[in-house]
Design a protein around this ligand. Structure first.
Ligand SMILES: [Zn+2]
Ligand SMILES: [Zn+2]
Length: 103
């Protein structure tokens, strides 16, 4: 593992623990930006990390999180991979179409 890989893996761990600490409340996540350098949260209104002064990413924690999970297109509630309907608003959610890698 190179130093860079180690740093990324460590940041990933910190990010995950932040998510657990803050829970999955979307309103909270919309107002948090995570520092790419030290992994600590700042508010979305801040441009630089409160702790170390690193420039914060444009994306809020919510936007980063959204990339990795399924969301209801209507109300932005996180839904389980297997869910067909949103538990919040009842919107029908399209299943991921599995890629045909094998014949
Ligand atoms: Zn920082
Ligand atoms: Zn919904």
């Amino acid at each position: 593992m190179t130093g860079e890989e180690y740093r990324l893996a460590r940041n990933e761990t910190i990010r995950q623990s932040n998510m657990e600490r803050y829970g999955f409340g979307t309103n909270i996540m919309r107002n948090i930006r995570i520092c790419p350098e030290c992994g600590l949260p700042s508010t979305a209104a801040e441009k630089h990390c409160r702790t170390c002064g690193t420039r914060l990413p444009r994306e809020t924690l919510f936007q980063q999180y959204k990339k990795r999970h399924r969301f209801c297109p209507r109300c932005d509630t996180v839904v389980a991979k297997s869910a067909q309907f949103c538990p919040e608003c009842g919107m029908r959610i399209q299943m991921f179409k599995p890629l045909k890698l094998f014949w």
